[in-house]
Design a protein around this ligand. Structure first.
Ligand code: 13P
Ligand code: SF4
Length: 357
């Protein structure tokens, strides 16, 4: 039963004491989040991965790319464990290293490799945290950087200081929404077209590009629509609409505010009692916030339940299992990034950590 699982997790965790630290992303279900030592957005959890160098194991209740990042930033002696290895991110899977490499070669052919008079290189690659370690490594090797949804604008400023243009992957929406908010015109952010690399209109677009977008998207966030926002406003006059920047541009434009999962959490926590919020992000977080702040009305913009199915794969049963194996002296489901990728990936992550105040 759920109670038995809860008890097994508590017992194993108590036995392990300081030997283990449990990190949980905001999208995890309540039965998992309640056992986490740190709960946060992807940027905060990257920091949390370095906060307990004494712990033998970091159990990461989130998705694969987050556990990889924790492995990159934690000490060599620490084991990072993903309770269910099938917890991936469909957006991260939309950019593979071979396609990015191919794109890069085409861009080098088009723009050359020489810096301009101000010393800015032709292209800086920027990868969203939601990407494999291999892509972070690619960015590290090519003068690029990692961003998260909480710091994308600061990171793009960093990139524009060093490059004439940016290649942004995998999430087209975060790239477009952020660049647009910074004043980049839409016709100067073409989408990379792998089928038509340098031919036809796509290469014309590329000539003037400031941001070249990848075609990735989040299948959870792309479900939000302007109609849902219109309906929320009609049914709840005065409602505050906040969406995640992985939502399509029209949705971000129609919302009152947008921001990372941490931004959303803090906005609700800080609001005067009695505020009504319509939220455009993953439903487990929205439902938890609704329960946590009964003085407000908090609901998900999408009336059809829209969990992130891969985040949901961290069932409490898996958490109990990995903790009990640790008690027995066995590390299971370890996520370990090989040194050839880890070294350059760490460079790209450290550039982000240095660029973000
Ligand atoms: P945050 O950076 O806001 O935690 O978002 C991560 C994510 O996967 C959103 O879908
Ligand atoms: Fe990936 Fe979307 Fe799930 Fe976030 S919500 S982990 S971007 S699939």
């Amino acid at each position: 039963t759920a109670e038995e699982l809860d008890e097994r997790i508590r017992t194993a965790k108590a036995t392990l004491g300081d030997r283990v630290v449990i990190l949980g992303h905001f999208y995890q279900r309540e039965e998992v989040v309640r056992h986490a030592d740190f709960v946060g957005d992807s940027f905060q959890l990257a920091g949390a991965a370095t906060s307990r160098p004494d712990a033998e194991a970091i159990v990461f209740c989130g998705v694969h790319f987050m556990a990889e990042t924790a492995d990159l930033l934690s000490t060599n002696e620490q084991a990072v464990i993903l309770p269910n290895l099938a917890a991936g991110c469909s957006m991260a899977d939309m950019a593979d290293i071979d396609s990015v490499q191919e794109c890069w070669e085409q861009l080098e052919e088009l723009y050359g490799t020489a810096p301009d008079a101000d010393g800015r290189v032709p292209v800086i690659p920027v990868t969203y945290m939601n990407s494999s370690a291999a892509l972070k490594g690619f960015c590290g090797e090519h003068g690029g950087i990692v961003c998260t949804s909480s710091n994308a604008e600061t990171v793009l400023e960093w990139a524009f200081e060093r490059g004439q243009r940016v290649l942004f992957f995998p999430d087209q929406h975060l790239g477009r929404n952020t660049a647009k908010a910074m004043g980049v015109p839409l016709d100067r952010m073409p989408m990379w077209n792998p089928r038509r690399p340098l031919g036809g209109s796509s290469s014309d677009d590329l000539t003037d590009a400031q941001v070249i977008l990848w075609h990735g998207f989040c299948s959870v966030h792309r479900r939000f629509t302007v109609e849902q926002i219109d309906r929320a406003r009609a049914e709840h006059p005065g409602v505050r609409v906040i969406v995640h920047p992985e939502c399509p541009m029209e949705v971000v434009d129609a919302a009152d505010e947008y921001g990372s999962t941490d931004y959303i959490t803090k906005a609700i926590a800080a609001a005067p009692a009695g505020t009504t919020f319509a939220i455009g992000t993953e439903v487990n977080l929205v439902q938890r916030l609704a329960a946590q702040y009964p003085q407000h009305t908090v609901f998900c913009l999408d009336p059809v339940i829209c969990p992130c199915s891969t985040m949901y794969r961290i069932h409490p049963g898996y958490l109990a299992w990995v903790l009990e194996r640790l008690v027995a002296g066995e590390v299971v489901n370890q996520i370990s990034v090989g040194a050839d990728v880890a070294d350059p990936a760490r460079v790209a992550l450290e550039r982000m950590l240095a660029a973000v105040p």
